[in-house]
Design a protein around this ligand. Sequence first.
Ligand SMILES: [Zn+2]
Length: 266
Amino acid sequence: MVSERRRLPIWGLMLMLAAGPLGAAELSLADKLDLLVKSYPDSLASAAGGRLHFKDGSEMAIDDGRTKSHAEALADADIEDMLSQIYPMGPCQTRPAVNFDPGRIRVDALFRRLYGADKQQVRRRLVKINWFGAGLRVNPAQGAAEALRRVQAELAALPARLRKPAMKSAGTFNWRLIAGTKRLSVHSFGAAIDLDVKYANYWRWSGGKPGNVKNYANRIPLEIVDIFERHGFIWGGRWYHYDTMHFEYRPELIAISRALGNDACR
Ligand SMILES: [Zn+2]
């Protein structure tokens, strides 16, 4: 369990309100769950009584009641942990604090429900989208493939020098574990894309260790990031444990970011 509501004294609340948009920087877990349910319309029906309810009548617990370190939350997340770090969005780079990895805390079991339970199930669902002349296999569930199609159309309208790192993809669907972990990558579900590896920075490649990574100079234009985010994708360049060619479809985190006005440019 990660604390959701910071209880503020009245003066704290007044300060927040005086500070403008920051005054909205409170969302209850119920509000976040509401955005989660709306973000995955193919599968989720509601969140009530401490459970996520799926359209097929099945359920999943929201909070296991455990307090976790960042490493523990990554290794064994519940739904509440998954929504605990608020993703910043907008065409500006952010310098994440140690272990601020919004989106890396994921519940594998949820993704298996949203996109396909195993490699074969996911593979059967994939559709091909055109990516600057190449065919990429993406999962149409939850609107992911359609969102990536819209991203490509907008990228195509960027000036050539800006869109270059996006024109070649290093991959979408790939049923595999995240390096150094027992957790499935979102590539397993066909709901993530890697851009041109030539422009990529990845914390492991630069000799980083969990909780202790090296600095890097980002080479992915923020115009590209902005387009992906506006269509429901989060960017691995906003993680302390960065992966700058990586974008994954996480409309719930984008919706929560929008609701809170968590502007990367502020
Ligand atoms: Zn990736």
